[in-house]
Design a binder for this molecule. Structure first.
Ligand code: SF4
Length: 405
């Protein structure tokens, strides 16, 4: 099947991306469900406050749809374009990625503590940011259902916080707020529709557009991003750290978690923030990380065939004694997501996007999630502590075996 050119409509287009969804497709993500019209309706309604979040990986790929070189970083142009389209608040999923680290990191340290005290505990803990991966484990590994972190993904944490904390700040009822996500991912559309992530029928995230769909929307509005002055995200849900940004690449969620877990566990400041041993492009990687009292054995898989190998090992008794595993369904992580501009299997494009994320991250002043001032304020004024009662209610979920989606 030939992928469509960018000026062709996307509605019901057959995805030619990677075939991962054949294994895990929950709701017909083989064809893209384009909900752009819903966004346009929301933007046109003066009584609706429309909030948008952009995932880490979108900023290094959107430019490709406008003729930029692969991996070009267009964060400021994307933010400016979203404002021209009429969004009331332009926020960053990186903020919620930092929040994810606070919750997931606390959960990891809690489980490790119990493990070190000789208690029976579910290890390795698995990252749970990738909905395709969650669907995969829920449908194919019933016996491992208790090992993923219960932390919601950054997209869903954002939606939950936007429609509670932020809506309350604005004094806007949740029914009058529309949360739109710009994601590199088609599985995120399904994730947003899960019953667990709505309150009395009102979803935390109303509409998910892929990076490609955003490019279409911008073009339909006759906006040329190259002509826009760069703009910054709004506050407070637009404040983020380098750790949040690296969620977009394979190994990034784990590295972000290690930065926070190391400093929390040892009480020492990391001299070097880069955990080179978890970086790379091999489909399945294992590494050791010194955490003071314990040496962590970590595993990283991208692509579900590699994830399957790792899970089969764990089913057979976890011979490598892995403590933490990061899995991303797409090659390269979210930068290679099925909603990104097509890369037609060109690994060099994926590698350029990854390189851009890492070089961009080096220029960010704050690079550890637990130092994000907006996240700190959120805990101080609203949530209490990580894994506390309110945080658990708003930021965590549960998993169940589903024979068939
Ligand atoms: Fe979506 Fe792929 Fe990222 Fe998973 S790895 S969240 S499927 S883009």
């Amino acid at each position: 099947v030939v992928a469509p050119a960018f000026d062709e409509p996307l509605e019901n287009t057959v995805c030619t991306h990677c075939g991962q969804c054949v294994a895990v497709c929950p709701v017909g993500a083989l064809s893209e469900n384009d909900n752009t019209w819903k966004v346009i309706e929301g933007l046109a309604d003066p009584d609706t406050t429309v909030v948008v979040q952009t995932a880490p990986a979108t900023r290094v790929a959107l430019g490709e749809a406008f003729g930029y070189e692969a991996g070009s970083v267009v964060t400021g142009e994307m933010v400016a374009a979203l404002r021209r389209l009429g969004f009331d608040y332009v926020f960053d999923t990186d903020f919620a990625a930092d929040l994810t680290i606070m919750e997931e990191g606390t959960e990891l340290l809690g489980r490790l503590e119990e493990y070190l005290n000789g208690k029976e505990v579910a290890l390795p803990i698995l990252t749970s940011c990738c909905p395709a991966w969650v669907n995969f484990i829920e449908s194919q590994y019933e016996e491992l259902i208790d090992i993923p972190s219960s932390a919601r993904s950054p997209q869903q944490m954002f939606g939950s916080i936007a429609k509670t904390y932020f809506a309350e700040k604005l004094n806007v009822p949740r029914e009058k707020m529309m949360v739109v996500s710009i994601m590199p991912c088609l599985a995120k559309k399904f994730e947003a529709s899960r019953d667990e992530f709505s309150v009395e029928g009102n979803p935390d995230v109303d509409v998910v557009l892929s990076t490609r769909e955003l490019a279409h929307l911008i073009k339909r509005a006759n906006i040329n991003i190259a002509e826009l002055e760069k703009e910054s995200y709004d506050n407070p849900l637009g404040i983020s750290t380098g750790a949040g940004l690296i969620f977009g690449v394979t190994g990034g969620v784990l590295e972000a978690a290690l930065r926070t877990a190391y400093e929390t566990k040892t009480g020492e400041t990391l001299e070097k923030l880069e955990f080179e041993q978890v970086r790379g492009f091999d489909g399945l990687r294992v590494a050791q990380v010194d955490m003071g009292e314990i040496t962590l054995n970590v595993g990283i898989a991208h692509g579900l065939s590699h994830a399957r190998k790792l899970l089969d090992e764990i089913k057979e008794g976890n011979p490598r004694n892995l403590h933490v595993i990061e899995v991303m369904a797409c090659p390269g992580g979210c930068i290679g997501g099925a909603g990104q501009p097509y890369h037609h299997g060109d690994v060099n494009i994926l590698k350029k996007r990854i390189a851009s994320i890492y070089s961009e991250e080096k220029n960010i002043t704050i690079r550890k999630s637990h130092e994000n001032p907006a996240v700190k304020e959120l805990y101080e004024t609203y949530l209490g502590k990580p894994m506390g009662e309110k945080a658990h209610h708003l930021l965590h979920t549960h998993y169940a075996f589903k024979e068939k989606y």
